[in-house]
Design a binder for this molecule. Structure first.
Ligand code: DX5
Length: 243
């Protein structure tokens, strides 16, 4: 539902001239990168103005595939100066956050659905020198963030069911992005609102209108027919249309 939709009675956040728009960030997800030439790919996203990079960590349980781990974070750490965020799509994230911090990830994002002791886990990330984020799957209600939000640097609203790149953006998540934006503005305005899944030059502005300020994209950047720099530039340009 976009800005013109009448699904919500509360007005969406003002976008024009809003302080939020001065810090919209683009985060390439390395899941779709060509790891045979990782250093070059990282140099290219850095030159093209990426704000940081995301490493998708999948354990074969929380989500079906198995992907990257701390060794991948160490390799990326050696190859770029960009900050790294680790998106932990894993069961029992408390067993893993320290190894990702040691490997060089600055931001650690854990799933609300994966932790019974989220408050303790978020504190562990903070005390380990990391910046904590919490991700919500598409079916997880925004309201569940209320108590943990003051502790967070970032909320990640998944706009696909996690596990695979190249999936279609779920339109139905837009009202939830608006609700999370309202909650952040009310409770903890410095917290970032990230979206991830099906983000491209068409969907990113819609998510931005709904209140997102950080945009993760894998295929729209690394699989772009004109190359990485063009993919990133088009995303950046699409976001300029909501400024
Ligand atoms: C979803 C991952 C995403 C994914 C995004 O499971 O967390 O980062 O790779 O891929 P695209 O941008 O292709 O939808």
């Amino acid at each position: 539902m976009d800005r013109s939709g009448s699904e919500e009675t509360t007005a969406p956040p003002s976008v024009k001239g809003d302080a939020r728009t001065t810090r919209l960030a683009i985060v390439p997800s390395l899941l779709s990168a060509d790891w045979t030439c990782l250093r070059e790919q990282l140099a290219e996203v850095e030159r093209a103005g990426a704000d940081r990079v995301q490493i998708d960590v999948m354990d074969g349980h929380f989500v079906p595939p198995i992907s990257l781990g701390p060794v991948s974070v160490e390799a990326v750490r050696r190859a770029t100066r960009l900050p790294i965020e680790a998106h932990l799509m894993v069961e029992r994230p408390e067993q893993h956050v320290e190894s990702f911090l040691r490997a060089g990830a600055e931001w650690i994002i854990v799933h609300w659905e994966a932790s019974l002791h989220l408050h303790r886990l978020v504190r562990t990330i903070r005390e380990g020198g990391g910046r904590p984020g919490v991700a919500l799957n598409p079916a997880t209600p925004a309201a569940l963030l209320e108590e943990i939000l003051p502790e967070l640097d970032l909320v990640l609203v998944m706009t696909v069911n996690p596990g695979y790149s190249g999936q279609a953006f779920l339109e139905g998540v837009l009202p939830k992005i608006r609700r999370v934006r309202q909650m952040i503005d009310r409770i903890h305005p410095s917290c970032a609102l990230e979206v991830d899944g099906g983000i491209d030059a068409t969907t990113a502005p819609r998510a931005a209108q709904a209140g997102a300020d950080v945009f993760v994209a894998a295929s729209a950047i690394f699989q772009h027919p004109q190359g990485i720099a063009a993919g990133l530039r088009l995303l950046r340009q699409s976001l300029a249309t909501v400024l």
